[in-house]
Design a protein around this ligand. Structure first.
Ligand SMILES: Nc1ncnc2c1ncn2[C@@H]1O[C@H](COP(=O)(O)OP(=O)(O)OP(=O)(O)O)[C@@H](O)[C@H]1O
Ligand SMILES: [Mg+2]
Length: 375
């Protein structure tokens, strides 16, 4: 018997599923958006993930369909399910990672703590929300945002004029209170279709310019209450939304010690890259196990601390590979991962994982190794 996973989307997340798939003996194939993407090694097909015929033909040749991103349209996903294709996560769960307004409404129903929010579709509605929330708000486009694109802090409703003007009839933007957070955390949890769940330790994530820059696992000072509350929130969402595969819950820890949900991702996530080398079962292998409904692996950290530092941008004048001798030579205990992407300012082109007993030393090691790839 051989099992075959089909991944829609050819980015770095699909790329990083390839190694554990090979190790486990699972066939993997990727529907990439373009030739020569990150997951090229498994990209047997190039095609439009919005086109039903393309995705259906791809799905027919595999045992389960999963994703590198959340952009496959609902009608395509539903047609796959209707045709008997195993899709994980399924459309009924994925909608809440596709649409931040739907997510806010559903989390409210589930009683999950989150920032105050409202759907706004006019300058007046947005201004009223701003006035009610201390003169500031965060405005988000409900769909299609990533890496902080589609997120804006505003003090006047006019600052979101362009987005409001471009709204299709009947659509709204998401307005949120500007949360006074002390730090950002992320809780990952794997869930199988048959119901088994495995939580990872809660981690601290550091964003710069709306982009994840560093992750510390486990989150410092998270023993006891913080890790317990985060795990409960993760379990409530995974179960309540029927998520299959890896779920990431982005959280704010507030100055008054509450945890509020920022957003969800239903796939491997940047906040879990540390687990590739730092946990008994990394998130990419765990995602494959979960979508195949195989028993889940142990998520325990192998060392007291793991730190992940993203390589953002990369060298302008030469390739990432040209820096390998220096990075690998000077940092033999760090694990370097690159995504086969051309360097471009701000672009996520790789990351470094480091581990050990002493957090300061681990942070230093991961940053120093990543710095070798900076311009
Ligand atoms: N309500 C809020 N209050 C304060 N800061 C916020 C709020 N919402 C978002 N942010 C900040 O903006 C960042 C990006 O927001 P969000 O995660 O919603 O956007 P995204 O572009 O979908 O994310 P990603 O980078 O995870 O793809 C957050 O990590 C956080 O730093
Ligand atoms: Mg986010």
């Amino acid at each position: 018997m051989s099992v075959k996973v089909g991944v829609v989307g050819g980015g770095q997340l699909a790329r990083m599923m390839i190694a554990p798939a090979v190790e486990l003996g699972v066939e993997i194939t990727v529907l990439a958006e373009q030739p020569q993407m990150s997951a090229e090694r498994a990209a047997d097909e190039v095609g439009d993930y919005r086109d039903l015929d393309t995705v259906m033909a791809f799905a027919r040749a595999v045992d389960v369909v999963t994703f590198d991103h959340e952009h496959v349209p609902q009608d395509v996903l539903r047609a796959l399910v209707d045709a008997g294709v195993a899709v994980h996560p399924g459309p009924d769960a994925l909608i809440f990672a596709q649409d931040k307004l739907r997510m806010r409404a559903r989390l409210h129903e589930l009683g999950v703590p989150q920032p105050e929010w409202a759907a706004v579709s006019s300058v007046d509605e947005l201004q009223a929300f701003i006035d009610d929330h201390g003169g500031r708000a965060v405005v988000k486009t409900p769909r299609g945002g990533y890496d902080g694109k589609g997120v804006r802090v505003v003090e006047n409703a006019g600052d979101a004029d362009d987005w409001l003007a471009a709204l299709p009839e009947g659509d709204s933007l998401l307005a949120e209170e500007l949360v006074d957070f002390t730090r950002e955390l992320a809780q990952q949890i794997a869930r199988r279709p048959s119901g088994e769940r495995v939580p990872y330790p809660v981690v601290e994530t550091v964003q710069r310019g709306g982009v994840c820059a560093e992750v510390i696992a486990p989150a410092p000072r998270s023993g006891g209450r913080v890790s317990q509350v985060a795990a409960e929130i993760g379990a409530t969402i995974a179960e309540g939304l029927g998520v299959t595969g890896m779920l990431a819950v982005e959280l704010f820890e507030t100055t008054d010690e509450r945890l509020l949900v920022n957003e969800l991702a239903m796939r491997p996530h940047n906040s879990g890259h540390w687990s590739q080398d730092g946990a008994v079962t990394g998130q990419f292998e765990q995602h494959l196990r979960a979508v195949l409904d195989l028993p889940l692996g142990d998520p325990s950290p192998r060392q007291p601390w793991a730190v992940m530092v993203n390589i953002l941008g990369g060298p302008a004048s030469d390739s990432l590979e040209s820096r390998f001798p220096l990075a690998l030579g000077a940092h033999p205990s760090a694990k370097v991962h690159t995504y086969g992407k051309a360097p471009r300012p701000g672009r996520k082109v790789g990351h470094v994982n480091a581990f050990g007993d002493d957090l300061d030393a681990v942070v230093y090691e991961a940053r120093a190794a990543a710095e070798v790839f900076a311009d």
